[in-house]
Design a protein around this ligand. Sequence first.
Ligand code: ADP
Ligand code: ASP
Ligand code: MG
Length: 830
Amino acid sequence: MFSLVFISSNLDFMYVLKFGGTSVGSSESLKLVHKILERHSEEGHLQAVVVSALGGVTNQLVQIAELAEQGDSEYEAILREVEDRHLQLCNELLPVMERSGTITAIKLLINDLEDICRGVFLIHELSPRSSDHILSFGERLSSTIIRDFMASKGIDIRLLDPRAVIKTDAGFGNAVVDHNLTTTNIKEAFSSPAKVTLVPGFMASSNEGNFTTTLGRGGSDYTASLLAAALDAEKLQIWTDVSGMMTANPRMVSLAHPIKHLSYEEAMELSHFGAKVIYPPTIQPVLDKSIPVEVKNTFAPDDHGTLITKDGDPNGRWIKGLSSIDDVALCTLSGPGMVAVPNFSYRLFASLSRESVNVIMITQASSEHTITVGVSKEDAEIARLSIEAEFEREIQLRRVNPLTVETDLSIIALVGTRMREQVGVSASLFETLGHNGINVKAIAQGSTELNISVVIDRKHLRKSLNSLHESFFLSDFRKFYVFMIGVGNVGRAFLDQIKSQNEFLSDAFNVQVNVCGLSNSRKMLFSEIPIDLETWETQLEEKGKPMSQDGFVDEMIAMNMRNSIFIDCTASEDIPLAYERILKSSISVVTPNKVACSSNFDSYLGLKKTATEFQSKFLFETNVGAGLPVISTLSDLLKSGDRITKIQAVLSGTLNFLFNTYDGSQKFSDVVKQAKAEGYTEPDPRLDLSGVDVMRKILILARESGYKLELSDITNRPFVPEECMNTDSIEDFYSKLDENDHVFQKMVEDAKSEGRRIKYVASFENRQATTGLETFGPDHPFFELDGKDNIVLFYTKRYSEQPLVIKGAGAGAAVTASGIFADVMRITSA
Ligand code: ADP
Ligand code: ASP
Ligand code: MG
């Protein structure tokens, strides 16, 4: 790639500008570059302009060289692409009459390149020296066109070949600069500068033999910085495709934003840990001269960008940014005899340095029995061989264990000068990662306390960056990701509520709830980009894949989104079997499904423990009383030190509706049918009429009150004659009800004659739970219970005379959905 460094008017007002690959990648962007240079000229600045190769060209050159080395003639096709792209740019940028000279120059360069590649192809050998020679063509080609284009626009411009001034050793691919000589050469080359001196970036030449070398990938930034330092420039501007150094890599974290002001150390640390926007060696030369650096966006030149200075922003945020290195390995040396090994650390680092292995981080356990270094994946094997060779004798004597190498890891660094003033940064870092089920493998704090770096599993990198970014930079705004199985009446109502509430949630609570997974019994749909709640139904139908319960859970876990919430809106007996695995993946579970909490006690308790251990939440408020705050109230009472002595409740909206509606004048079966038609019963109304549903609810309340109880411990007094319940079909059930209508008629009439009403009641007292019909007179709170309402009376140590009463709509899709919503809100505010 070609970088453009621009130096401005007299030496006292020299500006160095560097334009990266994307800034010089097309005719449109080069027109923007021209505007920027023009503006500087108008302000009277002398400019040294460093340019990269056109975006993507250096990568193509690497590919060409490798293919040629392998004897694969495919390299020629790529070479043609490179040629065509440059010729096309000439055609787009230069007036017809002025084009031919440039086109000839490009063709000559391409011919040269072709000859070298042909040589590599024929002898199947690519030395580092030839490789650097090939790579330098990217900048040579781009600078040729840019020089001619700027000249055609009337700019006083000259081209300076950096190989004449920037001198290095023979470390091809990543050559080390001879600073003194380079500085003298640059000063001399600029002793009588043009208004604009154009310098292709990235390449240099060796002191010995004058061979073309390169400064490492991304090295045009460094070229610019060397020029700025040698020329004592007013400012170094790095022009790129983003509006500054950002709080995190914008390709990984969509909410990353530019940082206004950084110190040199902070910028260096961020780039060292992977912020590609600045090539790490770039900062040192300008730091030595205290030259301010600006990172600016060619495509939005008026944006503030990032200003990098000696002091940075002394009053700024204490954490400036996050950066990461994707693929690293941890090499750990340990052993009982390590403390006794003389010069142990020195020998370790010397052995790595001999092989030019770059140590990214170091951690040492306080016991000094272990030392761990983080290196890039490519260096891992070399590191292992050289360390094991160095400690061969100690390993043989078993004072030191053979090196352990762990791979597929990433490093994340949190950077900020003021971090040293702040206690608790690592605590909140651990907490955020822990909440999201991410294990920290190693942690290191730089001695300057400018950064804290952690090592995590590579597969968690995106999730970790986003969660840390959210908690450190957007602590006021959090996103949650919902995965829901079951889009029947309740699920549907819940989706409607999210749709209508999201704006309010983000305004009032800075919370956003996104739906990223949905399924009905046939299909399931996943998307990292939140599913549009206007069209979820069509999307599920058209884009959904066949539903499988395990498949749903697997995919949700694999998506590994932070702040995930699983909602089971089914009555399935099987789905709850997956809760354990889900909670262990640090995904919270919210469900109106009663199966998990009312099956055996140990598995209920197991789920609660798993949730605590993995910092996920297991919430099931809607298991009892739909949206009524029954379970949360109970839990608040207990948390505040109260104790439940007795519970008395009407917990079946269905049964309450039946006994409120049936007065003996119609058939009982007709009232049941009406309840079913209005959606108040289970698909099979026998489940409601048997009392099992209520038994499950009182069981859950008893357990939540702290008592160990099983369903079989509950005494149920059935009120529907057995012959009705033991029917083969719902139809048979209705006809048996009709045959027994007199039973129900008598019940109501008896009650009516005493001025009482029938309720199906669940009670818990003295460790005993019972369910069954009871009658109540007007002095009891149950007497006036309307429609399908529920009521719960909690008698406690504090509420011993007058119970705490919770009463209201206890069935129906909308209220149940709002109970689920309340559970989700509990998670978001945890
Ligand atoms: P150029 O071609 O201008 O040298 P680079 O591709 O080398 O540009 O660097 C710019 C890119 O760096 C951005 O497009 C962005 O994707 C990436 N990047 C990674 N981390 C950061 C960060 N913390 N801030 C800004 N950009 C970053
Ligand atoms: N063209 C070189 C590269 O792609 C140098 C640079 O763009 O900074 O690595
Ligand atoms: Mg770059």
